[in-house]
Design a protein around this ligand. Structure first.
Ligand SMILES: [Ca+2]
Ligand SMILES: [Ca+2]
Ligand SMILES: [Ca+2]
Length: 264
């Protein structure tokens, strides 16, 4: 008896503890338990509905505007798509040459600036040096009165001959990339003292002419290379310095220096 009674009592105590843990002091009375449960459940139900109600209220409200707004947007997209689709008919129109895009778009056998359709296009009109605007308008490396294109409208050059030190300084700043410190474009070396390697030494590009001939710029291949007249006398290659060239006043001062050189 004692064991069965103890077990039953333990179960009753455990149930009582569970109830008391859930609903507090009202647990002992069976009637109170349902009351407490009933009170709790509705309360929870009451508490939840508002949340559900709130979310339900948002969902439809949010959904409606979206749907309403989506319709016009969809219509607009459809309209836009409809308008964008027509390119098909436009593509059938005569093609136009695009002057700045490689290709013969109008299929007349002539491309870009070689196509008469592009002769007046800005991209095809050769740039010209505008003298006095401070710019190198056609990109030959020389601006305004430094550009030979402006010689006719610029004041006559009234310059003095470079000294030997000034010529070396010019080479040091303009020719060092290719002709100094062991770097050789051809055989030309302009390291100081430049006269040691240029005066009377025959040019590789024009073997019958010395790089520098004392007293005569016209017989000095180096002068022709910077004056851009080297091709006219049978030379080769590009004007020097590459891309930038020299200002016409510096070319003239170099010419005067060579002209004044005395044959050793
Ligand atoms: Ca083209
Ligand atoms: Ca200019
Ligand atoms: Ca220029």
């Amino acid at each position: 008896m004692s064991r069965g009674c103890l077990t039953a009592a333990a179960t009753a105590l455990a149930l009582a503890a569970c109830d008391s843990g859930t609903s507090g002091a009202a647990a002992p009375t069976p009637d109170a338990t349902p009351t407490a449960d009933a009170a709790t459940t509705p309360a929870q139900n009451d508490a939840q509905p508002p949340d559900t109600g709130a979310s339900d209220a948002k969902a439809p409200d949010a959904a409606l505007p979206v749907t309403d707004a989506a319709l016009p947007i969809a219509d607009a997209i459809a309209d836009a798509t409809g308008d964008a689709t027509p390119p098909a008919p436009d593509a059938a129109a005569p093609p136009v040459e695009l002057c700045d895009r490689p290709g013969d778009e109008d299929r007349d056998g002539r491309f870009d600036c070689a196509d008469p359709d592009c002769f007046a296009a800005a991209v095809c009109v050769p740039a010209v040096e505008v003298c006095g605007n401070g710019l190198d308008d056609e990109g030959d490396g020389r601006a305004d009165c430094c550009d030979p294109d402006c010689t006719a409208v610029c004041p006559p050059l009234e310059v003095e001959a470079f000294t030997e030190a000034e010529v070396q300084m010019l080479f040091d700043t303009e020719c060092d990339v290719c002709h100094m410190d062991g770097r050789r474009d051809g055989t030309l070396a302009l390291d100081a003292p430049f006269l040691a390697t240029t005066l009377g030494a025959m040019s590789e590009q024009l073997r019958e002419m010395a790089i520098i001939t004392a007293g005569d710029r016209q017989q000095s291949y180096l002068f022709h290379k910077v004056n851009d007249t080297h091709m006219q006398i049978g030379g080769a290659g590009l004007r020097m310095p590459v891309e930038t060239g020299l200002c016409v006043s510096d070319i003239e001062r170099l010419g005067l220096y060579i002209d004044a050189l005395v044959v050793p």
